[in-house]
Design a protein around this ligand. Sequence first.
Ligand SMILES: Cc1cc2nc3c(=O)[nH]c(=O)nc-3n(C[C@H](O)[C@H](O)[C@H](O)COP(=O)(O)OP(=O)(O)OC[C@H]3O[C@@H](n4cnc5c(N)ncnc54)[C@H](O)[C@@H]3O)c2cc1C
Length: 540
Amino acid sequence: MKRLLLAGGGQTHSLVLRDLALRKCAELDVVLITPTLRLPYSGMLPGWMAGHYALDEWLVDLAPLAKAAGARVVLGSVQALDLASKQATSERGEVLQFDVLSIATGATIEVDAIAGAREHAVALRPLDTFIANWQRIVDRAISVREVFRITVVGGGAGGVECALAAAQRARSLQGAVQIQLITGGVPLLPGHGARARYLAIEALRKSGVVLIDAIAAQIDAHGIVLADGSYVSSEATLLVTGAAASEWPRRAGLAVDQRGFIEVNAYLQSTSHAFVFAAGDCVALIDSPRPKSGVYAVRAAAPLALNLLAAIRGQPLSRFKPHRRALYLLSTGSKCAIASWGSWAFCAPGLWRLKNQIDRGYIAKLRNPTNPKTTGAMRTLAVLAFIFIIVPLLVFAAGQFGLLMGRSPAESGLREGKLRPPSRTQNSVSSQAAQWPETEYAVAYATIEPFAFTQDSALAMNRLRDVLANWPGARIVENSPEYLSVQFETRGLRFVDDAEFLLDPAARVIHVRSASRLGRKDFGANRARVEAVRKRADLR
Ligand SMILES: Cc1cc2nc3c(=O)[nH]c(=O)nc-3n(C[C@H](O)[C@H](O)[C@H](O)COP(=O)(O)OP(=O)(O)OC[C@H]3O[C@@H](n4cnc5c(N)ncnc54)[C@H](O)[C@@H]3O)c2cc1C
């Protein structure tokens, strides 16, 4: 009988077990090695932290799942691999032989990357250990009379979700609990678009989370020393820094990437050892690199299960084709969520219900592994199709009919010899924003440099006029030696932005104002276009 060893009982392998349970492979001797029989489902962890779920709603007992798959469970962790003799050794010295090995041991948190973190911070992973730690933090927060600060270190999706969940929980506690988020000195939500980042910052602001845009250098019993030497007091510090790789695959001689993640080809097969397969957060997909996320871990499970069986039976392998982009539903503490897909994102309470349904469906699937019922999934798919296919099509159609063009500004041209004040909301830029004291609120967002020039002023205006005349989607609507008014129409949705340029020959600059007709925010579109025009005109 061929021996299949599954290392790790997380998101990927739980679905592999379900697959094996449905297929009933009698010719296989399957062993699952896992440090714990409880599988905490990460997608619902923030909801539990926030107080929306009880513990038993998001923990899966792996024992019945393994039994249904005909797998024997060994409690422990793989510590070493002997690839020549095809055996794995656990931390207790137990030796497990295999013909085919599947590794889905996830990622770890590099606890020692920040001095003092091991002693004074609580790492989010392993999730199983985090559960008891979070319960202790909540108990301390309740019992302490003074202000109790909980600091999340890490501004990725996990860190943002945890900070928002902690803020939600803090609201239900009696004491003065304050939540802080240390971003690591980089923009929040790396890998997500600007819109998702903006929505996350808004949600954090509304939840009262204090954002600290800095790098944590050291953690002690009372707080965190930042890289610039300043100190942030903290009664409890959560470490939610990025994914790191375990050491043992590299030590065993498996091919790994620079960060230590197991290199696999399109068949989820180790690039160095054909009888080793791996998927989920512990791998580096060499043909199609993807971020470490549950979405890809879950998607890899079915092809992984197929290929494990194919490798054992000597059959051809199937390719894993991960989607280029994945839809993320990030919970925002209260029963609301942000949908993020590429550069596209929006936030709505309905998304929480959708996320809740998907997450509960996943748990139900693992609790009833041999019940292939899909009604819940079909309903979810229908909702997703509506959100991501029908809604964008309607918006596109509205754009084609000119419904998103907005109206020309009621007032145009100059006011008091200057370009008009910037908009009240963050949807315009102007190099004369600061000259309108009554619009002080908008100055920080709107201020932009005028176009400085070195040549003759008429030549500079002519050069700018040429650039604008050839700009895709631009139409010059007013054209005088010292003033230009231009409409920019975007492709597809046909949004219109109005831009004006005013020559100031004495100061040797051309002032610029650019404003969107629709929407309270332009997400930097006007600034980006003005900067692109500046670069192409090259007036210096
Ligand atoms: C708070 C939080 C929220 C998240 N939310 C989302 C989300 O909404 N959407 C999303 O796509 N992703 C999300 N993720 C990411 C997601 O959890 C992971 O991408 C996913 O769990 C990876 O699956 P995996 O099977 O590779 O590893 P895991 O699910 O992490 O499982 C690995 C298992 O292997 C075990 N293990 C470790 N070392 C060994 C060893 N040596 N031997 C044996 N077993 C071992 C571990 O204990 C663990 O049980 C979130 C993560 C966190 C932390």
